[in-house]
Design a protein around this ligand. Structure first.
Ligand SMILES: [Zn+2]
Length: 113
C-alpha cells in the first residue's frame, strides 16, 4: 500500500481552494469590489496548485521509493538464491530455504512438518 501523504496533500489543496474561494466571494461582497477578490482567488489558486504539485511530487517519490525497495528486495533474494545448494524445499509453497532456517522464508511453514 502506498503512503497517503501525497494524496492528503492533494486533498488539502482542493479543500483549501474551496475554502479560499468562498472566502473570496464573501470578501468581494463585503468590499463591494471584484478586484481584491480576483487577486485573492489568483493567490489561492497559485497556493493550491503549489500544494497539489507538492502532493504529486510526494506520491511520485513514494512510488519510486516503493519500486526501489521492491527491486532491492528482489536483488537481495536473487543473491541469496545462489548459495542455497543443500537447502530444503518447502512442502507447502515449494520455496527453497537455507538449511539453517527452521521456517520457510516464504510462508513460515515449519521445516519439520
Ligand atoms: Zn513455504
Amino acid at each position: 500500500m502506498e503512503s497517503n501523504t501525497g494524496f492528503f496533500c492533494k486533498l488539502a489543496a482542493g479543500a483549501i481552494f474551496i475554502l479560499l474561494f468562498i472566502a473570496g466571494i464573501v470578501w468581494g461582497i463585503n468590499v463591494h469590489s471584484l478586484f481584491p477578490a480576483l487577486i485573492f482567488w489568483a493567490v489561492a489558486l497559485l497556493f493550491c496548485l503549489l500544494l497539489y504539485a507538492v502532493g504529486e511530487i510526494l506520491s511520485t517519490l513514494t512510488r519510486l521509493e516503493y519500486h526501489a525497495l521492491m527491486s532491492m528486495q528482489k536483488s537481495a533474494t536473487e543473491e541469496e538464491d545462489v548459495p542455497i545448494k543443500d537447502g530444503w524445499t518447502c512442502k507447502l509453497c515449494g520455496t527453497v530455504n537455507p538449511k539453517y532456517v527452521a521456517e520457510c522464508k516464504q510462508c513460515a511453514a515449519s521445516k519439520f512438518e
